[in-house]
Design a protein around this ligand. Structure first.
Ligand code: HEM
Ligand SMILES: *[C@@H]1O[C@H](CO)[C@@H](O)[C@H](O)[C@H]1NC(C)=O
Ligand SMILES: *[C@@H]1O[C@H](CO)[C@@H](O)[C@H](O)[C@H]1NC(C)=O
Length: 441
């Protein structure tokens, strides 16, 4: 009897708690999408709908009701916002204590992120990209060779996988200075590890993000230990080898190596602000490798798919490439940057199929929203910028399902609010690898 009574009490309290959570936006006078238990506004998530479709559904319901609106992920309130350059941190689950490689630039927060970002920014300067360009071209030549060989045998090719092997080799060489060789050997270990790193359960990650303290206490890690150990050991081996053999190379590893804490050798006390442990360096290199292999290959496969379906556009893109090579004599860094129509084709792919479909932020300190009649976004609130929904909004792109690279002609770009095209994000936390990603694409 007592047990029954207690269970009913718990149930009643739970229902009351959920009701209260679901009133969050209403109480604050913020337009919101009506939630339902248990997923909030994520109905069909992971089974029926891609997250970008769910965000688009919310976006459509909130459109016209103000510059932002509230939704619920499970029982947590979330805002979809336009105006996001004031919010520094991203909601990205990491557990440095159990897995040091997870403390990378994408996940880091606050001062630690700011320090790290300013340390690695110079590594992506246009001068550095130009120095790495010949390496990219070497891999591209290999790509061409393997493609010719395989098509000559009349084989059909799974393009997305093939392109991922190309980008793995590009970013592998530019990051670690090693020839990953996955174009020639699809089962090459770097490619396998890259695949495995993305093979996580989305639901696990979302829950870990929403309940991070609990997840950390339960030693939940984002990446499996075989993936993180592999990359940690790669970096340690490279450092050891290069120190012993005095190797100089142009890649991200050597560019970051000057940040390594000299403590380990000299025993001198140094400043944490200034230097990094080898694990901290490995974490950044690891995320460059992952971010640099998956997003450009996704962009390329959609772009090639659309060009295959539109012979006329393909002809124009091809003429544009040939013209630029002819003018410059070969496939130089300068030649690539004059392939304007090709760039328009790439950008239109990034619009129609943004590889990163939503941007995430957390409110780092209570934020009174200007001109909102006193709405305050509480610290810790999650924010989502629904990139896919914005890129498919007919107000900004008429007939949004049509692939039309001419949307990115200079005069049409000039007429559009630049925040209507955010495949690389925006603000201080925008993609650090934009130039590298565009060039390898
Ligand atoms: C087509 C290729 C790429 C796309 C579409 C892309 C997209 C993005 C997006 C949307 C973000 C989040 C930005 C924001 O929250 O405002 C991001 C962040 C980031 N990307 Fe990329 N990316 C690409 C290529 C690359 C490459 C090649 C690298 C490195 C080699 C890279 C490294 C990073 C890093 C480190 C961050 C986190 C930056 C920070 O939090 O400070 N990305 N990227
Ligand atoms: C990804 O995970 C699934 C299920 O855990 C497994 O069957 C599959 O082999 C994994 N793929 C890779 C590339 O590790
Ligand atoms: C294409 O997109 C990139 C990245 O956002 C941008 O830097 C470039 O100016 C865009 N080009 C055109 C032609 O819109």
């Amino acid at each position: 009897m007592l047990l029954l009574y207690l269970s009913l009490l718990v149930l009643a309290l739970a229902v009351q708690w959920i009701r209260k959570r679901f009133r969050y936006w209403e109480d604050r006078g913020v337009p919101y999408v009506t939630p339902a238990f248990p997923t909030g506004n994520l109905r069909g998530f992971g089974r029926k709908f891609h997250i970008s479709t769910i965000m688009q559904r919310c976006y459509k319901q909130l459109k016209g009701k103000g510059p932002f609106g509230g939704i619920f992920m499970f029982t947590n309130p979330v805002v979809l916002v336009k105006d996001f350059q004031y919010f520094e941190d991203r909601l990205f689950y990491y557990n440095e204590k159990d897995n040091p490689i997870e403390a990378h630039l994408v996940a880091l927060e606050g001062t630690r992120w700011r320090n790290s970002r300013s340390k690695v920014t110079s590594v992506f300067s246009s001068g550095k990209m130009k120095m790495m360009f010949p390496t990219m071209i070497r891999v591209a030549d290999e790509f061409s060779k393997v493609l010719t060989r395989e098509t000559a045998q009349g084989k059909s090719i799974a393009m997305k996988d093939f392109l991922s092997r190309y980008t793995t080799d590009v970013v592998g060489t530019c990051t670690f200075g090693v020839d990953c060789n996955s174009l020639n050997y699809p089962k090459a270990v770097y490619r396998q590890m890259g695949k495995k790193a993305f093979n996580f359960t989305f639901l696990k990650v979302m829950l870990a993000e929403q309940f991070r303290d609990i997840a950390r206490a339960l030693h939940v890690t984002f990446f499996d230990s075989d993936v993180s150990n592999f990359f940690l050991n790669v970096v340690k081996d490279i450092f050891e080898y290069r120190e012993q053999n005095n190797v100089q190379q142009i890649d991200f590893t050597s560019l970051l190596s000057r940040l390594k804490n000299p403590d380990s050798e000299s025993g001198e006390n140094t400043n944490q602000q200034e230097y990094w442990s080898i694990e901290e360096i490995a974490a950044q290199l690891f995320v460059f490798f992952l971010a640099g292999s998956e997003t450009p290959s996704t962009t390329m496969s959609f772009c090639l798919y659309e060009l295959a379906a539109n012979a006329e556009l393909q002809e124009r893109a091809r003429a544009n490439v040939l013209q630029s090579i002819e003018k410059h004599g070969f496939m130089s860094y300068e030649a690539i940057h004059e392939m304007h129509f090709l760039e328009q084709c790439i950008n239109e792919s990034l619009r129609k199929y943004p590889p990163v479909a939503s941007l995430l932020r957390t409110v780092t300190r209570d934020y009174p929203v200007p001109d909102s009649g006193g709405v305050i976004l509480q610290r810790g609130t999650t924010m989502i910028v629904p990139v896919y929904a914005i890129h498919h909004d007919p107000e900004y792109y008429s007939d949004p399902e049509t692939y039309d690279p001419d949307r990115f002609s200079a005069d049409l770009v000039a007429q559009r609010n630049p925040l209507c095209f955010v495949p690389f994000g925006a603000g201080p936390r925008t993609c650090i690898g934009l130039r590298f990603g565009m060039t390898s694409t």
